[in-house]
Design a protein. Structure first.
Length: 256
C-alpha cells in the first residue's frame, strides 16, 4: 500500500476480493485498523488466492481502501492470470451479458453540460448491495459476521451460524456460487456524441470524466461526473453512450 497524500492514513481498511469469469466471489479479505504514514509504503497482507488449489486461470481482483465512515478512498480493479496462463478466456466473457442500469442527471449552463451518471451492474432477484457496504458490520471484527455479510448477498437464505460452518476461515473461502449467473461488467466506457450533417455521429472531445474504462462486480454501482462543452454545430442534444466488453450498448439522449 502506498500513501501518496500529504496526510497520514489512520484506522483505514484494505479490502481485497477476487471474482471469476462467471461472477462468483472466489476470495475475500478485509484488513482493518491499517495506518500508513504520509509518503510511505507499507505491506498490509499477502493475498493467498493465486496459491489456492481451486484458483482460476483468469480472475478479477478488486482492491479498495475504506475509511471509518465507510467511504471508499481508493478503488483499483485488475484482470490477472496465473503464471503460465494467458488472457484468452476473457473472450468467453463476451457472451455473458451483464444487465446494466444507467441513470443520468444533466444540467446546461450556456454551452456547458454537467452530468451525474449512475451505472450499476444489476443483481437479478438478489439483494442489491456491494461488498463495500458490508464493511459496516465487518468493522465488528467478527469472522462469522464477515462471512454472513458476504454470503447473504449471494444466498440470503443462509444464517450467520450456517455460513460460519460452511466457511470457518475467511481467507480460504472460495468457489461461492452466484445462483443468478451475474457476470462482471467488464471494461465499460463512456463517450458523448452528437449528430452532425447527414445525421453522422461525431464524437465530442474533449470530455472530462471522473471515472472511465471501469469494471463493476455483481451488484456494484458507480457514480461518475461528466462535463463538456456543447458543440456549436450540434443540431440536437448530445447522446451519452455506454459500451463495454460484455454489455449491450446504452444510448441516452441528454435532456433538461
Amino acid at each position: 500500500m502506498v500513501n501518496t497524500t500529504a496526510h497520514d492514513l489512520e484506522s483505514i481498511s484494505v479490502e481485497a476480493s477476487v471474482w471469476d469469469l462467471d461472477g462468483n466471489l472466489q476470495y475475500h479479505h478485509l484488513e482493518q485498523g491499517v495506518c500508513v504514514t504520509s509518503k510511505k509504503t507499507q505491506t498490509t497482507f499477502q493475498m493467498t488466492y493465486p496459491t489456492l488449489k481451486n484458483a482460476q486461470p483468469v480472475y478479477f481482483l478488486l482492491l479498495k481502501l475504506i475509511d471509518t465512515s465507510r467511504k471508499t478512498l481508493s478503488r483499483n480493479f485488475y484482470w490477472l492470470h496465473l503464471r503460465g496462463e494467458n488472457y484468452k478466456l476473457l473472450e468467453s466473457l463476451r457472451s455473458k451479458k451483464a444487465a446494466i442500469r444507467m441513470e443520468v442527471k444533466s444540467s446546461l449552463t450556456g454551452r456547458d453540460w454537467r452530468l451525474k451518471v449512475l451505472v450499476e451492474n444489476q443483481l437479478t432477484g438478489l439483494c442489491n448491495t456491494s461488498i463495500s457496504k458490508e464493511v459496516e458490520c465487518c468493522y465488528k471484527k467478527d469472522k462469522d459476521v464477515i462471512s454472513s455479510c458476504i454470503w447473504s448477498r449471494i444466498c440470503p437464505c443462509l444464517t450467520s451460524k450456517e455460513v460460519s460452518k460452511l466457511f470457518p476461515d475467511e481467507d480460504k473461502q472460495n468457489g461461492r456460487k452466484n445462483p443468478n449467473s451475474v457476470p462482471i461488467a467488464f471494461w465499460l466506457q463512456l463517450s458523448v456524441i452528437y449528430l452532425g450533417d447527414d445525421d453522422q455521429e461525431i464524437l465530442i472531445l474533449p470530455v472530462n470524466y471522473s471515472e472511465n474504462y471501469f469494471s463493476l462486480t455483481p451488484g456494484e454501482k458507480m457514480e461518475i461526473d461528466v462535463s463538456f462543452e456543447n458543440p456549436e454545430k450540434a443540431r440536437s442534444n448530445p447522446t451519452l453512450v455506454l459500451s463495454g466488453w460484455n454489455i449491450n450498448q446504452r444510448n441516452i439522449i441528454l435532456s433538461l
